[in-house]
Design a protein around this ligand. Sequence first.
Ligand code: B12
Ligand code: SF4
Length: 450
Amino acid sequence: MKILLVRPNTPKESINLQSFMICEPLELEYVASSLKQVGAEVDLVDMLLEKKSIKYFVKQKQYDIVCFTSYITCVGVCKKYAKQIKEINQKTITVVGGVHCEVVPTDFLDENIDYILWANGVATLVEMTKQFPHIDVDQLEGIFKEGRQKPKLVHGGLVHPDRTITEKYRDHYNYIYHNHCATMKTSFGCPYKCNFCFCTQISPYSVRDLNDVLDELEEIKEDNVFIVDDNFMVCRERLIAFCKGLDERQIHKHYIAFGRADFVSANEDIVVLLHNHGFDAFFVGIESFKSTELNDFSKQSSVEQNIQAIRILENNGLQCYSGLIVAEDWTKEDFDTLIHYLNTFEHPLVNIQPITPMPGTPLFETYKYPLVLERKRYGCWDMAHLAFKPLNMSRRRYYYHIVRAYLETSANKKQRKFIREKYGIRVYRRVKKGAAKIFFQYVSLMINPR
Ligand code: B12
Ligand code: SF4
């Protein structure tokens, strides 16, 4: 049985983090290891990094199954690939998996996509390959079918991802300022319930066994590891045990992870401990400098905790990459205040996103303004395009202020100098190129707001 795993390229219209960061397709590495265990011959193609078309790769072998992984931005791309694959061979089975189809499977309904995996994707695909060529959809609840109840999610039990399958691409995987960066996941979901956050819908919070996590870490060749847990800093004891494990096993790497401001502000000792064990930066969802907005988002953290968290990280020599959300009713003065607020920090390295009611989230269900972004323009659901009509200015002006906020904070002269000196000219150039691409995408939206 021959299976091709495909990580799609992002569509041109997406304003994409991938302009300056490309992570390994960890999800497909998980799929690969499980499929290999049951004897399948598995290939992986990372279309983000390839120049040739999908047709070229599909023609290399007589694949029985071609599988895609996809976020919302790539729904259209997967449908296009599936069509091209069917044109080559109608009998090739096409399958899609990933977080978006686990929450909004109907987005993938398409005559050329044979199976949509909406629960326990890896286990379901393994079963499908065992049953091949007579796949019994009625037996496999992990396959989406209209009117069907979603089965209970089963966590754990996955074999470690097969990172050898991405060997030829690995030099290109990076995370913002960190070249040669691997990713790994130590927990699933997040115990919090911010109403805009898609992660709350993917799975309930659960953690992996730490010994298993450390075993996997020992297998990773890269010195930099981006821990892609939705929220790595939940439990003090687990973090202390993790650091103890790193000491016992003499694992010396550099890490980046996501954490919350309330945890950081209340646990400076843990931040210091993690820093001493190789944690260089945390991505913190600051979201807003207004307490009313933090309440609106059900963030369960305060403006004071945000400020304290950034100070703690900076004072202890860690970088804080902060995520900010800008809202529908913002005025020029709000953007001015945001810029001022961010510039009170030593190094405001930020990601600024217009509030986006992502399909599948509680915010999408309760959203009180008209959505101006069509659902079918999947590539533009990137949390950078406006999904709403701003209440106090034109869309043009709104995009202009987002760009201005970047130029006057993260991308100002002082921060550019800091990045060049701290991370070196190669990283600086890569990030500058990515930022320039995004800048021109925004300029084009200022000219023709879509
Ligand atoms: C790391 C990360 C990234 C990395 C890329 C990681 C990657 N592998 O491509 C970077 C930083 C580059 C990134 C970019 C973007 N991201 Co991102 N990202 C994440 C994050 C934090 C972790 C993802 C991850 O590595 N998971 C690890 C893998 C192992 O777990 P998994 O994806 O859950 O996969 C499991 C199953 O779903 C299943 N599975 C997955 N695919 C398949 C396929 C098959 C065939 C099978 C059988 C099974 C299967 O198997 C896995 C093991 O169980 C998630 C948050 C989250 N909780 O998902 C956001 C998240 C996925 N990103 C999101 C978004 C929106 C984006 C961007 C559009 C943002 C932007 N404007 O740039 C881009 C789009 C990139 C793209 N390729 O389209 C959203 C997606 C929302 C949605 N509805 O799709 C999320 C959920 C964040 C959020 N809170 O909204 N991202
Ligand atoms: S935004 Fe962060 S803290 Fe809030 S639910 Fe999502 S992952 Fe958890």
